[in-house]
Write a protein that binds this ligand. Sequence first.
Ligand code: ZN
Length: 472
Amino acid sequence: MMSKKLDTKKLALSFILLSILNAIFSNLTVKTNRYLADVFLLIGSGFLFIGIFFAIFMVISLFKESQNQLLKSDLKSSYNKNVNNPLILQLKISFILQLTGLSYSGLVSTYIVWILHITDITSIDLIISFTLSFLLEIMTAILILPRLDPFRETRPGEIRIIKLHNFQGGITMGVLTLSRHSPFKSIIFMGDEDDSITRTIEAHELGHATEHHPIFLELSIIFLLSISYPLIWFGYIMHREVISTFLVIKTVLIILSVVIAILLFMRVAESRADAFAYKVIGKSAYENLVEALRRAYGENIKSAEDAPLWSKITHTSSRNAIKTGDPLSSIGIWEFPVVLSFIASTIAITRFNSIYIIYPLFFIGSLVISFLIGLVFLPFVRKYYRMTERGSLNFSFLLAGIYMISSIIALDAYPNLYLVISLFLTGIILAFIITKAFLDLHNSTKVVVATLLIYLSIIILISLIKILPHGG
Ligand SMILES: [Zn+2]
């Protein structure tokens, strides 16, 4: 308890210190570069917000602790049915995220418009508001969510299993927390029956919990909220006409990209949990899953394909991963190319001032390119991936898509070569981290090095073909 308080105090102080530093920078640059000064001022105010927040939190937690001493004796009896209702918990979490997202982005937008008197909203203003709302909301989520029941009684790093009577299926929930032991708290809600079906569900949910899928989901939902709400606020405060339609279309495209990326992430995460269940339970896992679906959705379910639409959208319809143990075997071959090309063309379009014709062109172009590059990768990826053919193909498309997106982001920084190189390196590190989730260290290194060399040679070849006719 003592160390936690100290951490909050340090955090509050360092954020306030950072805001003072930014204020100084802002003052230093105000004469030479008005714009940079504004940026410093904005970032500084963001840090100040966070610092004040931590300070308030520190006071609250001091006050609460003295109260808790009194309550400790009847803590157990306060456990009621609502506490262990996963649905109510989920509603509470989403309500808190929505409310904080709405209020933080409101604060940031009104600050930009009314206090800084910025009358023409540019991409930079939007990016600053997105970043500030995102940081503030994550801070709040870290501070509030782990204090909700029953996360409060869950130790950091623990995967707590709560068995409920008459509960079908399973739900894994996780939150980020501020602790030295572990930044995660996880809870699995599931039925209390003792049979092979329940054990299969437990194995699937343990797959989610050990890989922290709910945390990634929490972060991506916060990200989605912090890019959507500032736009709504700006539109509301500034009566729309000052924000160009073009900026709105761009932001809508970005929001759409994030939504489909989250959906694909969910499908991969569910397939990974299925593959995990296969490794624990073995061959009977699929039959047990179908029986679990039958219990949840009715007698007429004969295979995983008969599950309700929403379940098929989030969990894939074939659920092949629980039959093969290969997490990428249940993802359709068009999924990675389509989603990653959509993201790539959205990023590419941010540099242009017209969308209408260029966007579909970009999309189809990157779709074809990532598909072809993925096919070239396949023989090498297959050698190391060593699971199903579908899995190898999907993995090749995933890598091709990541390289393509990294190059587009890196090219945005042109002509600053250092920035281009460091952005592309970040992309390679990301590709490596993702590969590490599917293969061991040794094979990951080989796959990333091999595919990267192929990718770079293709790029160099294309540039040569483009340069040569012009006489170099
Ligand atoms: Zn699941």
